[in-house]
Design a protein around this ligand. Structure first.
Ligand SMILES: Cc1ncc(COP(=O)(O)O)c(C=O)c1O
Length: 468
């Protein structure tokens, strides 16, 4: 164990050097205070988020500054959209140069950047074609439409009877099609009627998947899943699951669609999380870090027999494939390759989990589990111990100690820093969590009254499964 750790440290010292960003960004003089900005947003913007109260004013790499000039470490990376680090110089250069030349053609015409992006992306991931969109949710919608079309044209599913199978606990975005697959009551309640044509299966359960394929396989167009479930709390499937999914999809002629919007692009320590089992899905959905944390870019990758089921006029987006996004995406992919971000993520992830496991050993009553792959990690707290405070409260305290993390559900803190983070910064993040548990949590538990008969699991209103 000690030898393995020494080897990892040695590798890190060679691969992991701190990027040469300027120490403090220029022009941090705030025009409004953080509190004023928070109040303004609350007054004029829909209340569809519950943010940790910190205002981002400037950022570089893994550092954030608020309007008052206080510095924080980013341990969320905008839900993995900033894998390359904030305001990466190469990506900013591509943005600026392209912005001065041409930003939008619409696909009514051709532009001189999208073909380059399409070629780069497809050759990098080994697919024939790409369909470009903007947000992740649009990427998911696109994949579902392509899959349904393929189902009717190629698999000969009777009209309007195509089924998509998705996983309990999944998160694929906020559009109606995406929430129609969700088990999260907050995401679905009050938004019905939801789309029909979906079946649910437990994530990680290959036997249950085969049962569904056996029962309804002739009408199933696709199985859509996250290879690592992010919003559910960084849930990693059992070893062999991805291979089993591949085999079952092939056996029952079902498209395997991997939503790699959060898990992909080096986050899990590989370019795609599916690479951990060397599995090639029929369709891959990318988003988030594809736009380098600069502009929304998403993409669906597939081979011709699937992609060419879509013909002119059947699907599209005014901004999808725009030259600005294309230039930024090429630079974003270059940075991931050139800076070996997948390898970095794998090595730093091991180090982070090593630090977190030490914290767990120190506080075994608080921490139920530390899990992750690469720099895609979560700490799950024991719901009984955490009955008086939530993971959100822990994130508030971490923020006071200069580290920005985000809870997912009541008991899980997700730790997903930019992949350019340094070893020292990683250590700072772990220390903040450690100090919250050592110094803050006991006091927080005293101050906050226990919630009466708090239920630790809730049930999905739609499929009846126990959640979290
Ligand atoms: C796996 C997955 N799919 C889809 C989405 C939706 O992406 P967007 O918020 O860009 O629409 C997300 C966002 O968190 C995600 O994690």
């Amino acid at each position: 164990m000690a030898a393995t750790r020494r080897r990892v440290q040695c590798l890190l010292s060679r691969v992991v050097c701190r990027r040469g960003y300027g120490a403090v960004p220029q022009g941090t003089t705030p025009s409004s205070s953080s509190q004023q900005l928070i109040d303004l947003e609350y007054q004029y913007s829909a209340h569809n988020y519950h943010p940790v109260p910190i205002v981002f004013s400037q950022a570089k790499g893994s550092s954030i500054w608020d309007p008052e000039g206080n510095k924080y470490l980013d341990f969320l990376s905008a839900y993995s959209a900033v894998n390359q680090g904030h305001c990466h110089p190469k990506i900013m250069k591509a943005l600026q140069e392209q912005a001065e030349r041409l930003t939008l053609s619409s696909r009514a015409f051709y532009n001189d950047k999208f073909p380059m992006f399409a070629e780069r992306l497809t050759s990098m991931f080994g697919y024939d074609m790409v369909l470009p969109m903007n947000t992740g949710a649009e990427g998911v919608e696109t994949a579902l439409k392509v899959a349904r079309k393929w189902g009717y044209e190629k698999k000969k599913i009777p009209n309007d009877e195509a089924i998509i199978v998705s996983c309990c606990g999944c998160f694929h975005g906020r559009t109606l099609a995406a929430i129609s697959m969700s088990c999260d009551n907050e995401a679905t309640n009050g938004f019905g009627p939801l789309l029909s044509g979906h079946l649910k299966v437990d994530f990680g359960d290959e036997a249950a998947l085969e049962k569904i394929f056996k029962e309804s396989g002739d009408r199933i167009a696709a199985f859509l899943f996250e290879p690592i479930q992010g919003e559910a709390g960084v849930i990693i499937p059992p070893d062999g699951y991805l291979k089993a999914v591949r085999d079952l999809c092939t056996k029952y002629n079902v498209l395997m669609i991997a939503d790699e919007i959060q898990s992909g692009l080096a986050r899990s320590g590989k370019m795609l999380a599916c690479d951990w089992e060397e599995v090639r899905p029929d369709m891959v959905i990318l988003g988030k870090a594809l736009g380098g944390g600069v502009i929304p870019v998403s993409a669906v990758l597939a081979d011709k027999d699937v992609m060419l089921c879509i013909r002119p006029g059947e699907h599209g987006s005014t901004f999808g494939g725009n030259p600005l996004a294309s230039a930024v995406s090429i630079a974003s992919l270059d940075v991931i390759k050139e800076e070996k971000l997948a390898e970095r993520s794998a090595q730093l992830g091991e180090e982070l989990r090593h630090q977190l496991l030490k914290i767990q050993q120190q506080f075994p009553d608080y921490i139920k589990e530390v899990r992750g792959k690469g720099l895609f990690n979560a700490v799950e707290f024991d719901s009984k111990v955490l009955s008086t405070v939530s993971a959100y409260d822990i994130c508030l305290k971490m923020k006071e100690r200069g580290v920005l993390a985000k809870p997912t559900h009541d008991t899980i803190v997700r730790l997903t820093p930019p992949l350019c983070i340094s070893l020292d910064e990683l250590q700072e993040g772990s220390k903040a969590l450690h100090d919250v548990l050592e110094h803050d949590l006991p006091n927080m538990q005293k101050v906050k009254p226990a919630k009466a008969s708090q239920s630790t699991t809730s049930t999905c209103n739609r499929c009846g499964r126990n959640l979290y």
